[in-house]
Design a binder for this molecule. Structure first.
Ligand SMILES: N[C@H](CCC[C@H](N)C(=O)O)C(=O)O
Length: 268
């Protein structure tokens, strides 16, 4: 019997979504990597597996293109929100998420950000604002956990940084025991951030929802912008709202591209 999937994207960050709520699909690192492969598989930045939940409308599991299972994916959360009712709860490894949708946008409460070095996590005690570290001229970043680990550098022009070169180096630096998503941001014009992201386990993507959340939180803390802030990614804009003590709220589009069928036993 053919297995169904839905190809979706959030601002060009693309997903293969498998709804396994009625029939389990065994997912391994090798199978996730094989499905995500853009040459020999279906192709996506992340694979999203939906399973039954005893505490929410469903459980969302996220696998990066390298096969690694991770805690959070903001763009995928908006996509999954459009498969549910007007409002819903989604259980993830990074925490419980409240989502809602209208005919154009999806809205996600991403939980509260965490800032302590052991919550990022870092390999040693360290201030996580204007950290005393640097790579190839990128200095004094902020580290934020928004369900998954992010490091945020603020520069004069985000487009002037060769993120394809420096991103993979920082991603695997021993300072980050679970690796890290690397964000390069600049204040674009009044109250708007330009953001480029090297994603842990996926590389350069058109957009990163959790990256936009982490960057907006760091910029609001530094008083570079005020909440709500527009974050301009290569694939388009997200609006992020946050104040200390509150969950991060993200709003943006989600696109269903096509429905497909395959046999998962072919992969991995
Ligand atoms: N690469 C991320 C997962 C996907 C995040 C991104 N696609 C988003 O929209 O948040 C990580 O390893 O934590």
């Amino acid at each position: 019997m053919a297995d169904r999937f839905i190809k979706m994207h959030g601002l060009g960050n693309d997903f293969v979504v498998i709804d396994a709520r009625d029939a389990p699909v065994e997912m391994t690192r090798a199978r996730a990597r094989a499905i995500a492969d853009r040459h020999t598989g279906i192709g996506c930045d992340q694979l999203v597996l939906l399973e039954p939940s005893s505490v929410a409308d469903l459980k969302m599991r996220i696998f990066n293109a390298d096969g690694g299972e991770v805690e959070a994916c903001g763009n995928a959360t908006r996509c999954v929100a459009t498969l549910l009712g007007a409002s819903a709860q989604i259980e993830t490894a990074g925490g419980m998420l409240s989502v809602s949708r209208d005919d154009k946008q999806a809205h996600v409460a991403m939980g509260e950000p965490r800032f302590a070095w052991e919550q990022i996590p870092l390999a040693m005690p360290m201030a996580t604002e204007r950290m005393p570290v640097g790579w190839s001229g990128l200095e004094a970043p902020d580290a934020v956990n928004v369900g998954n680990p992010h490091i945020v550098f603020f520069v004069d022009n985000a487009d002037a940084v060769d993120l394809g070169l420096i991103g993979p180096e920082i991603e695997v630096d021993p300072l980050f025991p679970q690796r890290v998503n690397v964000n390069i941001a600049s204040v674009d014009r009044d109250n708007r951030l330009k953001l480029r992201v090297w994603e842990r386990g996926a590389g350069l993507t058109q957009a990163c929802g959790t990256g936009a959340c982490a960057t907006a939180v760091a910029a609001i803390r530094r008083k570079l912008v005020q909440s709500p802030v527009t974050v301009a990614l290569p694939g388009g804009d997200l609006v992020i709202a946050w104040a200390p003590g509150e969950p991060i709220r993200m709003t943006g589009p989600a696109t269903r591209v096509f429905d497909g069928e395959t046999d998962w036993s072919r992969f991995g």
